[in-house]
Design a protein around this ligand. Structure first.
Ligand SMILES: *Cc1c(COP(=O)(O)O)cnc(C)c1O
Length: 401
C-alpha cells in the first residue's frame, strides 16, 4: 500500500530514491516530512509489555540513548545508501571511530593505520587507545608492501581514509581488504570525503565504514554527527553494544538535519566534484602555482584508481605555490574576501586552509615535509558558489605573488 515501509522493495530502488525515502514509516498523523521525536523515554501498555521490551522479546523503543525513531530513520537511510546491513549513528565522527575501537579491540591488539588520517584520529590512537594497551603503527597510504610489513600477529584493524586529506592520495580499497582478510584483520574505511554518493567501500571488501556526518552528509555546516556501518554482527553487535552502554549517541534533532542532508547528497556531491574539477584545471594553468593535487587531473598518481573505485573525484583539492614560503601562502589566504578561512570541509561554502600551520601545525617539521605538506601548500574544500567567483577570490592573492 502507498506509504508502507519501503524495505520490501528497496533492492529495486535507485540511490536518489533511497536518499529521499528509505527508512521512514509515517506516523498516524500522516505527516509528509519526517517527524522529529524529541523524547528520552517511551511508555508501555502494561507491565508485561515493559518486561518484553526490556528483555528483547518484543522489538520497540526503550530509551533514546539507544532507540529513537528519528535516529533510526537516519541509520536505515544511510545503511541503504552504503549497502550495509547495519548502521549505528553517533554524536560525532570521532564518537564513531572511538565506538568502533572500543567495540572491536581489546588490550594487546594492534592497529595498522594510514599516516594520512584526520588529526583527532591520530590523537585517539596515540593518546587514548595506547593507554588501554592498543598500539598503532603508521604507514604510507599508497604503499601496499608497507601495510603488509606492518601487520603483526596481534593486528586486528587496518584503518584508512581515501582520498587522503590534504594531498588527496588514493588507496586501493579492494587490495587492502584482501590483505586485511589474509591476516584475519578487519578493514575500516573512513569514507567521509567521498560519501556513498561517490564510493562504497563495503562493496569493495571493507568490513566497516565510518562517517563524520558533520561534513558532506549534512553539507551545510549545521550539526555534528557520525555513523558506523557494516554487518549485523560487527556493527549491530559489538559497536552498538558500546554505544548503547556508553552513550555517545546522535540526538534526534541532528538526525533530522542529516536526513535532510541525505536527500540532496548526490546532487550536492556532483556539484562539488564539478566545481573542484574546474578549479583544479584552472589552478593547473596558473603561472604562480607549481603543483595541483586533485585525482581528477590525468597526471595525479591515483587518477586511474580513483576513476575505477569512485564515481567522481571529490570536492577537495590542494595546491603548492611555486614560492613555497609560509608568507606567500598566508598572503593568498589573506587576500580572499569570499572563501571561509577555516579547516572545515564538506560545506556548500568553500573553505581555504593552510595545513602546515593549522591542521598539521603540531606535526614535527621533518615529518610534515616528508609527508608532502610544505609551507607553500594550500587546501580548498570546494563549495557550491559560482566557480568564477571562487577563482576570482583566489586570483586576488595569486596575482600579488
Ligand atoms: C571531521 C572528520 C572526522 C571527525 O568527525 P567529527 O564529526 O568532527 O567528530 C573524522 N574523519 C574525517 C576524515 C573527518 O574529516
Amino acid at each position: 500500500m502507498n506509504g508502507d515501509d519501503l524495505s520490501a522493495f528497496e533492492a529495486e530502488l535507485g540511490f536518489d530514491t533511497l536518499a529521499i525515502r528509505a527508512g521512514y514509516q509515517r506516523t498516524h498523523e500522516a505527516e509528509h516530512d519526517e517527524a522529529i521525536f524529541p523524547t528520552s523515554s517511551y511508555v508501555y501498555n502494561s507491565a508485561a509489555q515493559a518486561a518484553a521490551r526490556f528483555s528483547g522479546d518484543e522489538p520497540g523503543n526503550i530509551y533514546s540513548r539507544f532507540t529513537n525513531p528519528t535516529v533510526r530513520t537516519f541509520e536505515q537511510r544511510l545503511a541503504a545508501l552504503e549497502g550495509a546491513e547495519r548502521c549505528v549513528a553517533t554524536a560525532s565522527g570521532m564518537a564513531a571511530i572511538m565506538s568502533t575501537c572500543l567495540g572491536l579491540l581489546k588490550t594487546g591488539d594492534h592497529i595498522v593505520s594510514s599516516r594520512s588520517i584526520f588529526g583527532s584520529t591520530v590523537v585517539l590512537f596515540n593518546n587514548y587507545m595506547a593507554r588501554f594497551g592498543v598500539q598503532t603503527s603508521y604507514v604510507d597510504l599508497t604503499d601496499l608492501s608497507a601495510w603488509e610489513a606492518a601487520i603483526q600477529d596481534n593486528t586486528r584493524i587496518l584503518f584508512l581514509e581515501t582520498p587522503s586529506n590534504p594531498l588527496v592520495e588514493i588507496a586501493d580499497i579492494q587490495q587492502l581488504a584482501d590483505l586485511a582478510h589474509q591476516h584475519d584483520c578487519l578493514l575500516v574505511v573512513d569514507n567521509c570525503l567521498c560519501t556513498p554518493a561517490l564510493q562504497k567501500p563495503l562493496a569493495m571488501g571493507a568490513d566497516v565504514v565510518i562517517h563524520s556526518a558533520t561534513k558532506y552528509i549534512d553539507g551545510q555546516g549545521r550539526g555534528i554527527g557520525g555513523a558506523v556501518l557494516g554487518s549485523n554482527d560487527l556493527v549491530g553487535g559489538e559497536v552498538y553494544g558500546v554505544l548503547r552502554t556508553t552513550g555517545p549517541t546522535m540526538s534526534p534533532f541532528n538526525a533530522w538535519i542529516f536526513l535532510k542532508g541525505l536527500e540532496t547528497l548526490n546532487l550536492r556531491m556532483k556539484a562539488h566534484c564539478d566545481n573542484a574539477m574546474q578549479l583544479a584545471q584552472w589552478l593547473d594553468q596558473h603561472p604562480a602555482i607549481g603543483k595541483v593535487h586533485y585525482p581528477g587531473l590525468a597526471d595525479h598518481p591515483g587518477h586511474q584508481l580513483a576513476a575505477s573505485q569512485q564515481s567522481a573525484f571529490g570536492g577537495l583539492l590542494s595546491f603548492e605555490l611555486k614560492n613555497k614560503s609560509r608568507e606567500k601562502a598566508w598572503q593568498v589566504v589573506d587576500h580572499t574576501r569570499l572563501l571561509s578561512i577555516t579547516a572545515n570541509l564538506g560545506d556548500v561554502k568553500s573553505t581555504i586552509t593552510h595545513p602546515a600551520t593549522t591542521t598539521h601545525g603540531r606535526v614535527p617539521v621533518e615529518d610534515r615535509e616528508k609527508a608532502g605538506i610544505s609551507d607553500g601548500l594550500l587546501r580548498i574544500a570546494v563549495g557550491l558558489e559560482t566557480i568564477e567567483d571562487i577563482q576570482n577570490d583566489l586570483q586576488r592573492g595569486l596575482a600579488t605573488l
